[in-house]
Write a protein that binds this ligand. Structure first.
Ligand SMILES: NC(=O)C1=CN([C@@H]2O[C@H](COP(=O)(O)OP(=O)(O)OC[C@H]3O[C@@H](n4cnc5c(N)ncnc54)[C@H](OP(=O)(O)O)[C@@H]3O)[C@@H](O)[C@H]2O)[C@@H](O)CC1
Ligand SMILES: [K+]
Length: 493
């Protein structure tokens, strides 16, 4: 499990170290980690370190200091380095002195910067707010070389990952001391993230992500004493005459996710059974039989009959996942959820979120999801490249998908089926959501690459459908249960 610490949490963890260590020691630790990553990147991209060229973009704070110290360290390894000072009068003095003493060249933003092999982004770190200012934006706009960002890509909000204008798009981001929310919520701007440990003692964390090993360990599989009932039975209410596919995909995902038993109640029994004959299917909800969790909503429609069905499902005292059309119906009647004693998981995309709350999730998606979870006393999963999951008490899981392949019709129906099956197996809804989201995103990435656990093997990618995602779900679970995901983030020491 990895934690993502807000700028305030990082500052609080830094304070005792700054007080106890010699002046500048912490910054030099960070800079050493940055220089190590830059050197490795130079070697990987150009075949060597000495004789290569870098440009260091320097803002007005300690982030610029990190970049200058790293530049000085790289100078000592024979790298030609030029620092561009955006605010010369506020440049980190000790960092600049070390840089120039090591033979680094200083340039103004208007100078011709040539074609460096790499650029270090030290414009702004955890004190950054809002997009790049115009002078920094114009400078970054001229950069063609790959960028290694110090701590975080400048212009992206450290705590929310929001991008509201010009921002650095890094090839690699070197996080100092701790991962910050930007590294998950703004992952597309971070590139590969490397964590450099600088000795921070970090406290409790509010935002976490599950590693492959956590997901694999949590995945329910039958034990020696299990039968088909004891593993948890999930009931699926999905699909309609107009949208039978939602029933097929949702039920198919539930069947694939766990080994127990899946029940289906709805008008698409023929289609569902044609694709998954092991399902116990009935057209009448009243005859569905006992379940340990319900999934309700995908493709079910929003007419009066659907409303009655939703009410009946939510009247049952078992955990329930509400998705898609179910959410549209709930927007008119939140008390259906608030009055429940069993747990409820809502799985909106941004549009459905706006339907539920009257407003878009906005730039601070974590805060918005937490607020909805607290207000409705429900667990909430907000879909996106970074899926955000909150329980009513405020604990948050985030799942950075590592790609956007699952932005395809029907992928949400698959996700609902997976999570519903995990809830039936006894996982709490937020944990089921985090575990399921991870398997879902890995299945999408595997599908795009045509299978095979080595996602970096350069086999190329192709668009996927929800059907191909579902077809790769079992392989995804297998990879996760093996404990090593090909997407796992490497960390330097
Ligand atoms: N303390 C330590 O020993 C260690 C610190 N560490 C490092 O320090 C970093 C935090 O440094 P920091 O707090 O000095 O601020 P930082 O993020 O560099 O910003 C500087 C100033 O930029 C400005 N600004 C704001 N937004 C902006 C924007 N959008 N575009 C342009 N400019 C913008 C704003 O100043 P303003 O211009 O508003 O006066 C702001 O005050 C941290 O991320 C890590 O890298 C590590 O080395 C570990 C050891
Ligand atoms: K930066």
């Amino acid at each position: 499990m990895r934690g993502y610490y807000t700028a305030d949490e990082v500052r609080a963890a830094e304070a005792p170290l700054l007080a106890s260590l010699p002046d500048g020691a912490l910054m030099r630790r960070a800079a050493h980690g940055l220089a190590t990553v830059v050197a490795a990147e130079l070697r990987a991209r150009t075949g060597g370190v000495a004789g290569r060229t870098i440009t260091v973009l320097v803002g007005s704070g300690d982030n610029g200091g990190d970049a200058l110290w790293a530049g000085a360290m790289l100078r000592k390894r024979g790298v030609a380095a030029t620092a561009v000072l955006l605010k010369p009068e506020k440049t980190h003095a000790a960092g600049l002195a070390a840089f120039t003493a090591a033979g680094g060249r200083v340039a103004a933003p208007s100078d011709d910067l040539g074609l460096p092999d790499l650029v270090i982004d030290g414009i702004v770190g955890i004190s950054g707010r809002g997009p790049l200012r115009p002078d920094a934006a114009a400078l970054v706009d001229r950069i063609e070389a790959p960028i290694v960002s110090a701590d975080l890509p400048s212009g992206v909000d450290p705590d929310t990952g929001a991008v509201d204008g010009p921002a650095v798009r890094a090839a690699v981001t070197v996080a100092f001391g701790a991962l910050k929310p930007v590294h998950a919520l703004g992952a597309a701007h971070c590139g590969r993230v490397e964590l450099v440990r600088i000795g921070l003692s970090l406290g409790d964390v509010g935002i976490t992500a599950l590693d492959a090993a956590d997901v694999g360990a949590a995945w329910p599989v039958p034990g020696a004493e299990d039968d088909k009932y004891s593993q948890g039975v999930v009931g699926v209410v999905a699909g309609s005459d107009g949208y039978p596919g939602a029933g097929v995909l949702c039920t198919g995902a539930a069947v694939t996710a766990t080994s127990g038993l899946v029940r289906y109640a709805g008008p698409c029994t023929g289609e569902v059974l044609a694709h998954a004959p092991e399902v116990i299917a009935t057209a009448e909800l009243a005859k569905a039989g006992r379940v340990q969790s319900w999934v309700v909503g995908p493709g079910m429609g929003t007419d009066d009959a659907a409303r009655r069905t939703l009410r009946t499902v939510l009247d049952a005292d078992v955990p329930a996942l509400v998705d898609a059309d179910g959410l549209t119906l709930l927007a008119e009647d939140p008390d259906l959820v608030r009055s429940r004693t069993a747990a409820t998981l809502l799985t909106p995309h941004a549009g459905e979120f706006a339907r539920l709350t009257g407003k878009d999730p906005g730039p601070d998606r974590v805060a918005s999801v937490r607020a909805l979870a607290a207000d409705w006393n429900a667990h909430v999963l907000l879909k996106g490249r970074a899926t955000v999951i909150a329980e009513p008490g405020g604990r948050v899981f985030v799942n950075e998908a590592g790609g956007s392949w699952s932005a395809t019709a029907g992928a949400g129906d698959v996700l609902a089926g997976i999570i519903g099956a995990l809830m039936a197996a006894g996982l709490t809804p937020d944990r089921a959501a985090a575990v399921g989201a991870r398997a879902h995103s890995l299945a999408a990435n595997l599908a795009a690459r045509g299978g095979g656990a080595d996602l970096s093997a350069g086999r190329g990618t192709a668009p996927i459908s929800a059907g191909t995602l579902l077809a790769h779900l079992r392989e995804s679970i297998r990879v996760l249960r093996a404990g090593v995901s090909p997407e796992e983030m490497p960390a330097t020491s």
